[in-house]
Design a protein around this ligand. Structure first.
Ligand SMILES: Nc1ncnc2c1ncn2[C@@H]1O[C@H](COP(=O)(O)OP(=O)(O)OP(=O)(O)O)[C@@H](O)[C@H]1O
Ligand code: SF4
Ligand SMILES: [Mg+2]
Length: 327
């Protein structure tokens, strides 16, 4: 893995205007879906982006795809600012950054054959040579585990299993030879037995095709072996980021500790004490003062209501934002 910073997010924010709370209110309110995210993805690196429902994971992915415009902040790709692109530039970028969505049933057009589905991105991007197209489609399908491709080409999505459909989605993403895949909960709709297969496939692709992956999940347990780094997101912010080992073995943020404590472990003797967070996830329209995690933090101090903790550097690769870490 080279260390160049080929995708960089700096202070990225996305606020949605969600209107006035009532007819009598003068001011419209903002929902802070993404609230100042900074990190760097390296070439062929896998980052797992973890956090509970509503913390802003998908919005962040949509910002990276240019499907939402950021309220603030920048994204650079290979040194080029890609924060605000026109349609044509955005289309060109789509060849390099592809997204794999959660639901393989919804992402596939039921009236198209697998061949048509996987060929479509090539047609959209102006690949006119049919022999070249066929070759790329076959390779993308076989690299996605649909081998031999001929067996699947003329089938329809409903004739395939859930795992095979997600492989078709991945093949349609691969056919343009992207450098980054944003995988938004790619296994959460699949049977537990086939989740590992799809994760293994993504792990293979980063090696065989040098693809970087942002693997979005609400389940830290599903990240397993394959991520290089883990970024833990809470209410629109990254509260901890580090290598897989740093985050799983030496978590520093109380929220990360709580997420880790509920990961099932096969050996009952190694069972950890579960940390059950009190209260609901706060509403991103009404972000708590000070440390945004304080209403649910099991170790909160009185000062946590007033001070917003910065990200503290714990090692070259490990950062976390908690006042307990501030010297
Ligand atoms: N277009 C929109 N308009 C208004 N609010 C939005 C919009 N899109 C997302 N949100 C809100 O932004 C917040 C973050 O949503 P997002 O879908 O990014 O979360 P998530 O972490 O992907 O959640 P999940 O794990 O459930 O997929 C949520 O409160 C959501 O309701
Ligand atoms: S700053 Fe305070 S409330 Fe926030 S995580 Fe640390 S201890 Fe908990
Ligand atoms: Mg989501």
């Amino acid at each position: 893995m080279s260390t160049d910073n080929f995708l960089e997010l700096r202070g990225l924010k996305k606020y949605f205007d969600v209107g006035r709370p009532s007819l009598f209110s003068r001011k419209s309110r903002d929902l802070h879906a993404v609230d100042g995210v900074t990190f760097t993805l390296r070439r062929s690196e896998v980052i797992a982006l973890v956090g509970e429902s509503g913390c802003g994971k998908s919005t962040l992915a949509l910002l990276l795809m240019g499907l939402e415009d950021p309220t603030e902040g920048t994204v650079t790709y290979e040194g080029r600012d890609i924060t605000h692109l026109d349609d044509r530039q955005r289309k060109d970028l789509r060849r390099k950054i592809q997204m794999v969505f959660q639901d393989p049933y919804e992402s596939l057009n039921p009236t198209q054959t697998i061949e048509e589905i996987v060929t479509e991105p090539l047609i959209v991007h102006g690949f006119a040579n049919t022999a070249d197209r066929d070759q790329r489609v076959k390779k993308a399908m076989e690299d996605s585990g649909l081998k031999p491709a001929e067996v699947y080409l003329h089938r329809y999505p409903h004739e395939l299993s859930g795992g095979q459909r997600q492989r078709v989605v991945i093949a349609a993403a691969l056919v343009l030879e992207p450098e980054i895949i944003l995988a938004d909960e790619p296994v959460s709709m699949l049977d537990v037995s086939i989740r590992a297969e799809i994760i293994n496939l993504l792990a293979e692709l980063r090696i065989t095709r040098q693809i970087a992956v942002i693997f979005i999940t609400h389940d830290l347990g599903s990240v397993g072996f394959f991520a290089d780094r883990v970024a833990v997101m809470y209410l629109g912010r990254i509260v901890e980021i580090g290598t897989m080992l740093e985050v799983l073995e030496k978590p520093q943020h109380p929220y990360t500790k709580a997420l880790i404590s509920v990961i099932p472990v096969p050996n009952p003797r190694l069972r950890r004490e579960r940390i059950i967070l009190q209260g609901e996830t706060p509403n991103p329209i009404d972000i708590p003062s000070g440390c945004r995690f304080h209403p649910r933090c099991p170790v909160a101090l009185a000062t946590c209501k007033a001070s917003d903790p910065p990200l503290v550097t714990l090692s070259k690769t490990h950062q976390a934002s908690c006042l307990l870490l501030v010297q």
